[in-house]
Design a protein around this ligand. Structure first.
Ligand code: ATP
Ligand code: MG
Length: 635
């Protein structure tokens, strides 16, 4: 694609211009596409920085995701295909999903869960996780899903932040052939959490676990006396749907609160635009439901659309390296949504595993979570999509509730540029600004901001309006601050360059981590790279790079030289790194993102203690291990 100019098409520009100019009527039309019990009175009440969408409207998320399909042909179509790493499978039609959710909803009511209560879900990727989310919101309660890889301390912190009374968990999770003792972890967490009064326990193995009389209730026992139907509780549009803690890549996780109406409308609209989702789609998002991607892309958006979802419980490369491609072939997946970090792992393993499978059912491929380097993009396009499927590089955050900057082939396919998330979705007023909040000219780097409210935006940080204002609305007046570093090119395309607080300042230049990492993985032998700065008395910051090599390459100085050459030509001599380390692994968050802060502590020879206070407590052990491994590994 070198040398070609890409301009967004006229139709997209007109659509977007109209959406921004007539924001409320634009979103009102989208809101009409999902089921409501009562129509809203006001589209938007904007009490900056607090937005209320579709005020006065009444709806229920579980009704929209399930009941609404029961009067059509979708009633008996598959809603969920589930598979685990041992090859066990289950599937549920919409009518079966309805039955499971209603039964659990009646159980929750019986054990005292009321409208507005918070229910903590600490569950592996089993169908009961989806049932639990939908059962909770069916009765007007609010779920907070805690990723089941988190430790008891992290779980306890999140429970204590919400002071929830009820928790749903399972005896074990299964990953890489090992049983993860979830109930034991819960028992430890509950020693620190006085608020939890009842635990609903899903027994999925015959193994014995401790049961605390009076507190722990067995799911399958409770279901014996459950009712088959529970009236979905109509809730106000602004009633919270869920609370979800951010990944904690940059600091202490924040309890992000999402609304019911705005969140659902936004996700319904954007999944049509971006993924062209329909009731014929077989949609597989590989994220864990414990992250926002899982909430929107596994549960709410596809089910609202009456699509079929695929849920896989297991690691991408276990028990064999083509497990994922086998799943795509087996279920005829049409839309596949994953992370650049997973793709980079597969690049390391080579293409032979992919070639064993027929992936011709695929129509659209997506990525989320981190910038996707052009080389990884091309690899995905060629090897997974067979040069047939558009790639949607979707930029968004836990806070945004849904995708914000992305190609939208379901609306109109704008020309794609590998490595760019392309253009803001209709109604999203995104801009790149300088330190004073003024837009920067094309080609200049700056901070990514959103200038107008959108229906998917967070309602706030749970019980902390000041932190909400401070974190997102204090850096620039009247603009939502994303904390991401970006650039807009002459055609208006957005390029995400990394996190704003990880920008390197080298000899007067500001460089995003993604820029240098991109130049490293542009070499044929590097699979993954992480860049951090080290204080330098002359340059300000000197660049240090950690590189994972593809299989078949051995670390040596000639590779270092090639990396330096690639950086010098792609970015410039000023970005020449001070040090390059070849490593086997990089420290990552539980959601798979590289934790550059940890690397920074290492290169600056600061004790790991310096960062643990900032750190999501749960990963401390993991990080410590990663740190020790690093010291051993650095050659
Ligand atoms: P915390 O806010 O606690 O540090 P986090 O930011 O990692 O955690 P998420 O909300 O899961 O938590 O991630 C959102 C961030 O992920 C974005 O702000 C951005 O940095 C990055 N990101 C997501 N999608 C993309 C993308 N398509 N391209 C580039 N970066 C992306
Ligand atoms: Mg964030």
């Amino acid at each position: 694609m070198e040398g070609k100019k890409f301009y967004p098409t006229k139709r997209y520009l007109e659509f977007q211009k109209n959406a921004i100019a007539n924001l409320e009527s634009f979103w009102e039309k989208e809101a009409e596409k999902i089921p409501w019990f009562k129509r809203w009175e006001k589209v938007l009440v904007w009490d900056e920085p607090f937005a209320k969408w579709f005020v006065g409207g009444m709806l229920n998320a579980s009704y929209g995701c399930i009941d609404a399909h029961l009067h059509s042909w979708r009633k008996n179509k598959v809603a969920i295909y589930w598979e685990d790493e041992q090859g066990n499978t289950k599937s549920f039609s919409y009518v079966q999903l309805h039955r499971e959710v209603n039964k659990l909803a009646s159980v929750l009511k019986k054990i005292g869960v009321e409208k507005g209560d918070i229910v903590v879900l600490y569950l592996p990727m089993i169908p009961e996780l989806v049932f639990s989310m939908l059962a909770t919101v069916r009765i007007g309660a609010i779920h907070t899903v805690v990723f089941s890889g988190f430790s008891s301390q992290a779980l306890a912190d999140r429970i204590n932040d919400t002071r929830a009374k009820v928790l749903i968990t399972a005896d074990f999770g299964i990953r890489r052939g090992k049983f993860v003792p979830l109930k034991d972890i819960v028992d430890n967490a509950l020693k620190l959490t006085p608020s939890i009064k009842k635990v609903v326990l899903i027994k999925r193995t015959e193994k014995e676990v401790k049961i605390e009389e009076g507190r722990d209730l067995l799911y399958h026992e409770l279901l014996k006396n459950a009712e088959n139907y529970v009236e979905p509780e109509p809730v106000e549009s602004t009633h919270p749907l869920y609370i979800l803690y951010t990944s904690g890549t940059t600091g202490k996780p924040k309890g992000i609160v999402h609304s019911t109406g705005g969140y659902l409308v936004y996700n319904y609209a954007t999944y049509k635009w971006v993924f062209d989702i329909s009731d014929e789609s077989i949609y597989w998002c590989t994220a864990d439901v414990g992250w926002v991607t899982g909430h929107s892309a596994i549960v709410y958006a596809p089910l609202l659309h009456g699509a079929t979802i695929v849920i896989y419980e297991g690691a991408p490369d276990f028990p064999y390296l083509d497990k994922w491609w086998e799943i795509i072939e087996k279920y005829g997946v049409t839309i596949f949504y994953t992370s650049p970090t997973a793709l980079r792992m597969f690049i390391r393993y080579g293409e032979e595993w992919i070639k064993k499978h027929d992936l011709s059912s695929l129509k659209i491929l997506g990525t989320v979570g981190e910038p996707i380097n052009p080389e990884v993009w091309e690899w995905y396009y060629k090897n997974i999509g067979n040069e047939r499927c558009p790639i949607v590089d979707t930029w968004w955050q836990t806070e945004t509730g849904g995708m914000m900057i992305s190609p939208s082939p379901g609306l109109e396919l704008v020309p794609l540029k590998p490595g760019s998330a392309t253009l803001p979705l209709p109604g999203i007023d995104a801009e790149v600004v300088d330190d004073t909040g003024n837009p920067v000219p094309p080609g200049t780097k700056g901070y990514l901001v959103i200038k107008k409210p959108w229906p998917g935006m967070l309602m706030g940080i749970y019980e902390d309006p000041d932190r909400y204002k401070e974190t997102y609305w204090s850096k620039f007046k009247g603009m939502y601050y994303t904390a991401d570093y970006a650039m807009k090119d002459e055609e208006g395309y957005f390029w995400l360059l990394g996190r704003a607080d990880e920008i390197l300042k080298v000899a007067g230049h500001r460089i995003g981590t993604a820029e240098i990492e991109g130049a490293v993985v542009a070499t044929p032998f590097a699979a993954e790279a992480a860049v951090v700065g080290m204080a330098d008395p002359i340059k300000g910051e000197a660049i240090v790079i950690f590189v994972i090599l593809k299989q078949g390459y051995n670390p040596d100085d000639s590779l270092k030289k090639k990396i330096i050459d690639s950086i010098r030509t792609q970015i410039g001599p000023f970005a020449t790194p001070q040090e390059i380390y070849f490593v086997e692994k990089l420290p990552k968050t539980r959601s798979g993102k590289i934790m550059r802060r940890i690397l920074k502590a290492i290169v600056q020879d600061k004790p790991i203690g310096d960062v643990t206070t900032l750190e999501d407590e749960a990963s401390v052990e993991e990080i410590k291990t990663a740190y020790e491994e690093f010291k051993k590994m650095i050659r």
